[in-house]
Every structure is written in C-alpha cells, then in structure tokens.
Write a protein that binds this ligand. Structure first.
Ligand SMILES: [Zn+2]
Length: 479
C-alpha cells in the first residue's frame, strides 16, 4: 500500500497570522554580553604534519579595547558590518602598489608621469573616470567598440582602481584593474585596437587552525579568531543539529577548527572548506570531520564516523509560526464525524520556500482534493511526509523523482481547503500518523564499509592536530 492512499480527507481548521520570529532570532544570534576575548589563530606548517613542534604564531587577534568598548549600549551597535569594499580596496592598492617595494624607505615612491590611477567613487561611470585622466567620451567609445570584452571594464565597484598607462606622446597604452586578489583585467593597445586580457592567480591552499572562546555573539568571537563571516556560517551550519545557536550558546563555550585558507604570496585571500571542527556547548563537545565519499558527495561526520545529522529536520519552513497543532480529535456529535488534525500547520507568507525534511522519493506531487497542491515523500520503508496547500512546486519536483534533505520542493500557498497561506505538514511512521513535533527522529546513517576505514585515516590525524594546536595555544597564553 502506498502512503498516498492513506491520506485522510482534509480537515478545515486553518487560520493564519503573520509573525516576527525571524527578526528575533537573527538578533539573538548577534547579541550577547561581552567581556573579554581569548581567541587566536595560527597556521600549520607542513613540518607540523610530520610531528615537528613548530607553530607559527602569525596573528594575535586580541583587538584594542577601543573596538570592544564601542559595542557598549545599543544591541544594534554589535551587529557587524563587513569592512567596506572601499577600505579593502585601499588596503589592496597600498600593498600592491609601488609604495610597497619601498616600504622601508620613508620617502614616497617616484611618480610615474605616464601612469594615472583613479579610484571608482559613488556615481562614477567609465566616462567620468576617463574624464578624470583627460580622456574623452569619444575615446572611451572607440575602445569599447574595438573589443567586445572591453565592456567588462564598465562593471565598476566602488573602491575599484583603474590604472591608465600613457606613452610619452600622451597616447593611451593600457588600462588595468585588479578586480580581486585573484583577478586582474587589462586592455592593451595593439595594431588592431585594444587586446583584452584576464589574469587569474591560482591561490595556494594551506590548512589553518583557529580557536575561540565565546564572549559576545558567535559572530563577534569568530571574527576575533580571524574567521570570515562565511566561515562562521559554515561552522554554525555544521553544528546546526547539535546546537541551537539562538538559544543554547553560552559565554565560555568554545570552538576550534581546521580549515583551508587560500593564500597568494603569503597573504590570505579567502577560505575553502572547514576540514574538521569541534564545538563545546555547555560542557558537551561535538566533533565534525569533512569527508568526500566514493560517490563524490561531501558530508560531515562525527570524528568516530557516526552521522552528525538527523535523518529529518524538524521544521519544513524556516521562521514560520505554528498555527495549528496535531490532534487525533474527537467525535463531533452534530457533524457525526471525527474531527482530527493529523498534521501541523505552519503559517508563513505566500511563496515561502518549503523544504523536504529528509532525503526521499517523491511518491506523489500534484493536486489532491482538500490538500490542494501536495507533495508526499517516502523516506525508506518506514517514514513518509506530506506537504499541502502549496502555491506551486519547485522546479523538477514530480512523482517518481528524488529529493535531498533541505531541498526546496515548493512554496507556501493556500490551495485546496484552506483559509490562508500556510503549510500543512504530516508525518507517518509505518503508515500511522504521528505528531511531527513529538516524534523521536532517527539519526542519519553512519559512514560504512570501506569508506569507514578511509574516513578514520583522515579523521584521527585531524583530531590529533587540533589537540596539539590547542595545547600549544594554551601554553603560550600562560607564559
Ligand atoms: Zn493542517
């Protein structure tokens, strides 16, 4: 018997209201009382992998007190804004420019009369920048016409620098602009007009270690430890099944991780993946190790190879309000019917994405009576879930297909017997409806077979490395 055939007629008891939970949650992520910081970052040298005791203490991220002091009164003052591109770009040019070569020389670099630099400001266009170096709009037009790739110069970012090189007779020879640490574009005069070139630098990868003790928000602590916003998000996602970062985080909680860092000429320019991490929350330590299995799928497992994730996520809609709970109902004497609500309703704005709560097969996707647009997912032999009243289905969602946990399957709507936009969500175990909020959710599968052996060969050294790094760091702090 298929799970679809067991769907009962749809009860109509659905009322909807808006909610501000999302806003509260994101605030909670950012606001925590702050006192002091213990956060450091070191880079692992290749020798360390061979067991040598050399740690390069490259960065001590204790910030000056003035920075922390500013966070004082308003909780909003603690919300971190990324450094402006302006500031980044200024730093970049400072480091890249000719001034760097003369870094130890207090006299300024000699000015090359044939080189003119302009920085993109608010409201600038290529023509205003051309005007600043004495080139006409006609000249700009000619250049853009001469090479179809030249248009890439018109995608300007505030803070970006353009370098114009002129010949002694004042004729434009080249335009160059560094778009990032890894990418530079240029137009160079040729016989036919201008040749476009894109130079890409392949960064080196190194494994870096970082550690932080929570004081203030996760993001603030992570930033002090030298972690980027994206890396912090990755860390929070990895431990998302273990720790509710909005509610569970405490002062003194601790994290450490080994991650890939992209480096160009010794300067960090970005991050790759988190390779391993540990998070101690309220005295309990959770571990995570990244592993790419034989199918090429990357996932995180506990250091012992067991799964980090539950087979199901609890809620199929983010930041929704529960508007009606599960109830087996009771006999209604007037209607002569049992009125039950065999699911949970999540009120959310029309169009809110609905996620598959587990990996599974799409047993049904289509229109079904009172459920309106509905999807039924079969998760192995034991479990199935149903999602009703959808506005529409996500691309590729059709009967017979498969979905991954967290994949968007459709959008909140009010199709079928419904009085307002909400998701009706049902959970069945062996064909019997259970309360999705009450059911004990199974863990996802552990790593198995030959993968297990390969995994342990990766996991053990990573854990040992974190132990060693942490010990070194603590010893240094004591000294
Ligand atoms: Zn419902």
């Amino acid at each position: 018997m298929t799970p679809t055939s067991k769907i009962p007629p749809y009860p109509k008891s659905h009322i909807v209201a808006a909610s501000g939970v999302a806003a509260l949650l994101s605030l909670a992520l950012l606001v925590f009382p702050s006192r002091e910081v213990e956060a450091k970052k070191t880079y692992l040298t290749p020798e360390m992998e061979n067991g040598t005791d050399s740690v390069i203490q490259e960065k001590d991220d204790l910030r000056p007190d003035s920075l922390i002091g500013e966070e004082g009164d308003s909780p909003f003052a603690r919300i971190e804004t990324p450094e402006t591109e302006q500031a980044d770009a200024e730093q970049e040019t400072k480091e890249k420019g000719p001034a760097e070569k003369l870094a130890n020389n207090p006299t300024p670099a000699p000015v090359d009369p044939n080189l003119k630099k302009v920085r993109v400001g608010n409201g600038d266009t290529l023509s205003t920048l051309f005007a600043k170096v004495g080139l006409s709009t006609n000249r700009l037009h000619d250049i853009l016409e001469s090479n179809k790739d030249a248009k890439q110069f018109s995608k300007l970012k505030i803070g970006q620098e353009l370098q114009f090189t002129f010949a002694n007779d004042g004729e434009l020879q080249a335009i160059r602009s560094q778009l990032s640490d890894l990418e530079t574009i240029s137009l160079t005069k040729s016989a036919k007009g201008f040749d476009f070139k894109r130079d890409l630098i392949k960064p080196e990868m190194r494994d870096s270690y970082a550690r932080g003790v929570i004081s203030g928000s996760l993001f603030l602590t992570a930033k002090r430890s030298g972690l980027s916003h994206d890396l912090t998000m990755d860390l929070a996602n990895i431990f998302g099944y273990d720790i509710d970062f909005a509610l569970d985080l405490r002062e003194g909680d601790e994290f450490e991780l080994i991650y890939e860092e992209k480096v160009v000429k010794g300067k960090p320019v970005g991050n790759g993946q988190i390779l391993a991490a540990r998070f101690t929350n309220r005295g309990k330590t959770y571990s995570a190790v990244r592993y790419i299995d034989k199918q090429g799928i990357a996932s995180y497992y506990r250091a012992d190879g067991t799964s980090m994730r539950k087979a199901f996520i609890r809620t199929p809609v983010d930041f929704a309000r529960i508007s009606s709970r599960f109830s087996m109902g009771r006999f209604h004497p007037v209607l002569n019917k049992i009125r039950a609500h065999k699911g949970v309703d999540y009120a959310a704005p029309r169009g809110t994405p609905i996620k598959a709560t587990a990996d599974g097969k799409i047993a049904f996707a289509g229109r079904r009576g009172g459920y309106g647009n509905a999807v039924v997912l079969q998760h192995g032999k034991t479990y199935s879930t149903l999602y009703g009243h959808m506005q529409g289905f996500a691309k590729g969602i059709q009967t017979g297909g498969t979905v991954k946990q967290g994949q968007i399957i459709g959008y909140v709507g009010t199709t079928g017997l419904s009085t307002g936009p909400h998701l009706h969500y049902e959970f069945q175990v062996n064909g019997v409806h259970v309360d999705p909020l009450g059911v004990k959710l199974p863990m996802a599968d552990a790593i198995a077979g030959t993968d297990k052996k390969l995994f342990m060969q990766k996991s053990q050294p990573l854990m040992a490395r974190m132990d060693q790094e942490k010990a070194t760091m603590l010893a240094m702090n004591k000294r």
